[in-house]
Design a protein around this ligand. Structure first.
Ligand code: ADP
Length: 627
C-alpha cells in the first residue's frame, strides 16, 4: 500500500516536472519566435514611417526653395500670395499631404494649399508653434500636434526659407498620420514623442497618454505649446509582467488575466520618436498550454502503457507459472497414473496368477469331489445293495416258505389253504415289484438341470393322486411372493389358477414324485391325529422357490432326524413303509440344484422344506392378472 502510494506520488511529481519543463521550453521558444517576428515587424514599420517622413522632408525642402514661395514671403502681395496658393495647392495634392503652407518671419501664414477652404490657414499666426520657431532658427522643424485651426492632429514639417542669406519664413507641410498605425487590435502599434506621449495608436483610447508619468513641469510646458490641445495625458494602463532579454511583456488593464503583449521598441532617431509594437502573447500561451497538455497526456499515456505492460507481463508470468504448474501437475499425474498402472498391472498379474491357481485348485477340488462322489456313490451302492438284499431276501425267503408249504398243501389236497398261500405269494411279489419300481425311480437318470416345472401344477397333480387319502384331513394352501425389497402378504394358492411365473428348474414328473412322497408322509403322520391338518406353503423369491409341506402329526423324534434321508430307513411297520420316499425326494432336490431339509415345528408336527431354483420366465401380461 505504502509502496503504491510512493509510486503514485513520484509519478505525480514526475508529471508536474514534465509539465513545468514543457511549459518553460514551449513558452521560451514561443516568446523567442514571437520576439523575432515582432522585431521584424517593428523594423519594417519603423522604416516605413521613417521613409514616409523623409520623403515629406524632401518635399518641404523643395517647397522652401521654390521661387513662388520665396516671393510670397518676401513680398506678400495678393498676386504673389495667389500664385503661391495655387502652387501649394497643386503640390499638396500631388504629395497627398494634409495641408501645405508658408509662414512669414512674423508668424503669419501668407499662403496655404487650403487657401480657398473655410478652415484656410491663410491669415493665421503660428508664431508660437515650435516647428516655426525651429525653422526660423534655420533648422528643420518637426512637430506633432493638434491643429489650432483644424483641431485635427497632424505632423508638421517645416523648412526655413532663405533669401539672400536671411530666413524670410518657413515652408510647412502638415501630414495626417492617423492612418499609419492601422487598426489591428490584435497587434497594436503606438508611436510616442520624445516626452513619451503617445500620439499615434491603433487603439484610439491610448492616444495622448503617457508611457511613463510626466513631470509636472513638462506637462505644463506641453500644455503651453498647445501641442495636444487640452488632452489629459494620463499614464497608459501598462504594467510590466516580465522581461525576456530585451523584450518586455506587459499586461494591459488592471485585470490579472487581461491581455498580455510583447513590447518591442524602436527609436526613429529623427524625429526623436519611439515606435512601439505590441504582439499578443496569447498564441504563445495557447501553444505552451497545448504543448504542456500534450506532454502531460503523453506522460500519463506512457505511464498507463507502462502500467499496462507491467500488468500484462505479470499476467503472462502468472500464466506461464500456472502453465508450468499445470504441466508439473500433469507430469506428476502421468507419473502417478504410470505408477498406478504398474501397480494395477502387477495386481492384475497377481490376480491372474491367483485366478489360475484358484482354477487349478478348483479343478483339484472338482476332481476330489468327483472322486468323493464316486466313492460315496459306491458306498451308497453298497448300502443300497445291502438294503435291497435285506428287503428282497425277506419276501424271497417267505416266497420259498410259502411255495414249499403250498406244494405240501396241494399234495395233501388242501386247496383252500393252498389258494391262501398263493394269494400271499402274489402279495409278496407285488411288494417286491413295488420295491423295484421305487428303486427305478431312485436310480432314474438325472434330468438336465435346465428342465422347468410349473410349481402350482406339480402341487395340483400330486394332490390329485393322493386325493383319496385326504378324507377328513384339512388342507391349507398358501402362496407368498417376495420381490426382494418387501414381503408380499401370504395368500391362498389357487389350484385351478395358472401361475405362469411360478416355474422351477426341475423335471415336472420328478417334482411331482418328490411332492407325492412328502405329502404322503404327512398324511401318514396325521393319520392318528384328532384334527388332521396338512399345509403346503409356496414361498417365491426372485431366485428361489421353497415348498414347505407341514403337518400337525407327532413330529420327528430326535433319534430319527439324522437318519431320515437314508434309503430304506423307516419307522413304519412291516408292509407300511419302504424307507425310500425321503431318500428319493432328497435325491430329486439335489439333482435339480436344490435341497430338502426337515425340522420340527414349535407348535408340533413336522415340516419338510423343498428348495428349488426359480426359472426366469419372460413375463406375460396375463401373468399378473391370473394371480
Ligand atoms: P417310509 O415312509 O416308507 O417310512 P420315508 O423315507 O418316506 O419312508 O420316511 C422315513 C421315515 O421318516 C418314516 O418312517 C418316518 O419315521 C419319518 N417320517 C417321514 N415323514 C414324517 C412325518 N411327516 N412325520 C413324522 N415322521 C416322518
Amino acid at each position: 500500500m505504502a509502496r503504491r502510494f510512493t509510486v503514485v506520488f513520484l509519478l505525480a511529481v514526475a508529471l508536474s516536472a514534465v509539465c513545468a519543463l514543457t511549459w518553460r521550453i514551449a513558452w521560451e521558444r514561443g516568446v523567442d519566435a514571437l520576439r523575432q517576428q515582432a522585431a521584424v515587424r517593428a523594423d519594417r514599420t519603423a522604416s516605413a514611417l521613417k521613409d514616409t517622413l523623409d520623403r515629406y522632408e524632401s518635399l518641404a525642402y523643395l517647397l522652401a526653395n521654390h521661387p513662388l514661395v520665396k516671393d510670397a514671403l518676401e513680398h506678400s502681395t495678393p498676386d504673389n500670395a495667389t500664385r503661391a496658393n495655387r502652387y501649394l495647392q497643386d503640390a499638396n495634392r500631388h504629395a497627398q499631404a494634409n495641408v501645405t503652407y508658408v509662414i512669414r518671419a512674423d508668424g503669419l501664414c501668407v499662403a496655404a494649399s487650403n487657401w480657398d477652404q473655410g478652415d484656410s490657414f491663410v491669415g493665421s499666426n503660428y508664431q508660437f508653434r515650435p516647428y516655426f520657431v525651429d525653422a526660423m532658427k534655420g533648422e528643420v522643424g518637426r512637430f506633432f500636434g493638434i491643429g489650432t485651426v483644424s483641431r485635427e492632429p497632424g505632423y508638421y514639417l517645416s523648412e526655413p526659407v532663405h533669401r539672400d542669406g536671411r530666413i524670410v519664413g518657413a515652408a510647412v507641410i502638415k501630414l495626417n498620420l492617423e492612418w499609419f498605425p492601422g487598426t489591428d487590435a490584435s497587434e497594436p502599434l503606438i508611436v510616442a514623442d520624445n516626452h513619451g506621449v503617445v500620439f499615434l495608436s491603433s487603439v484610439p483610447a491610448w492616444k495622448y497618454r503617457a508611457l511613463a508619468p510626466l513631470p509636472a513641469s513638462l506637462a505644463a510646458a506641453i500644455e503651453k505649446t498647445r501641442q495636444y490641445a487640452s488632452q489629459p495625458m494620463t499614464q497608459l494602463p501598462f504594467s510590466t509582467v516580465r522581461r525576456v532579454d530585451d523584450a518586455q511583456i506587459v499586461r494591459i488593464g488592471d485585470e490579472r488575466f487581461g491581455p498580455h503583449y510583447l513590447v518591442t521598441r524602436r527609436t526613429l532617431g529623427t524625429p526623436d520618436w519611439q515606435l512601439i509594437t505590441l504582439s499578443s502573447v496569447t498564441p504563445v500561451l495557447d501553444d505552451a498550454r497545448n504543448a504542456t497538455a500534450a506532454a502531460g497526456f503523453g506522460f500519463v499515456s506512457l505511464c498507463l502503457l507502462a502500467f499496462y505492460w507491467r500488468t500484462r507481463r505479470a499476467r503472462v508470468r502468472e500464466m506461464m507459472r500456472s502453465r508450468a504448474m499445470l504441466q508439473a501437475a500433469y507430469a506428476e499425474l502421468n507419473e502417478r497414473v504410470a505408477e498406478r498402472t504398474a501397480d494395477l498391472s502387477a495386481a492384475n498379474a497377481r490376480l491372474q496368477t491367483e485366478v489360475s491357481e484358484r482354477t487349478r485348485a478348483e479343478n483339484d477340488l472338482r476332481a476330489a469331489h468327483d472322486e468323493l462322489v464316486q466313492t460315496s456313490k459306491l458306498a451308497a451302492l453298497g448300502q443300497m445293495a445291502a438294503g435291497i438284499t435285506h428287503e428282497l431276501n425277506q419276501p424271497l425267503a417267505a416266497l420259498r416258505a410259502f411255495s414249499d408249504n403250498t406244494r405240501v398243501l396241494l399234495e395233501r389236497g388242501d386247496q383252500t389253504a393252498a389258494r391262501e398261500n398263493l394269494e400271499a405269494i402274489s402279495a409278496l411279489t407285488e411288494r417286491m415289484g413295488k420295491i423295484t419300481n421305487q428303486l427305478k425311480l431312485f436310480i432314474g437318470r438325472a434330468q438336465p438341470r435346465t428342465a422347468k416345472a410349473p410349481v402350482a401344477r406339480a402341487v395340483r397333480n400330486a394332490l390329485n393322486l393322493l386325493q383319496k387319502r385326504f378324507q377328513g384331513v384339512a388342507l391349507d394352501l398358501t402362496l407368498r411372493e417376495t420381490d426382494g425389497s418387501a414381503d408380499a402378504p401370504r395368500k391362498r394358492l389357487e389350484l385351478d389358477a395358472d401361475y405362469p411365473a411360478l416355474v422351477a428348474y426341475c423335471d415336472d414328473l420328478r417334482l411331482e414324485q418328490a411332492l407325492i412322497n412328502l405329502i404322503g408322509n404327512a398324511l401318514d403322520a396325521v393319520a392318528g391325529a384328532a384334527d388332521p391338518r396338512i399345509g403346503i406353503d409356496v414361498d417365491a423369491t426372485l431366485a428361489t422357490f421353497s415348498i414347505t409341506v407341514r403337518d400337525n402329526g407327532p413330529g420327528i423324534p430326535d433319534d430319527v432326524l439324522p437318519r431320515l434321508f437314508e434309503p430304506f430307513f423307516t419307522t413304519k411297520g412291516m408292509g407300511q413303509g419302504l424307507g425310500l420316499g425321503l431318500a428319493i425326494a432328497s435325491s430329486i432336490a439335489r439333482d435339480c440344484g436344490g435341497s430338502l431339509v426337515a425340522r420340527n415345528m414349535p407348535e408340533g408336527g413336522a415340516a419338510f422344506v423343498l428348495t428349488l431354483r426359480r426359472a426366469i420366465v419372460a413375463s406375460a401380461p396375463s401373468e399378473t392378472s391370473s394371480q
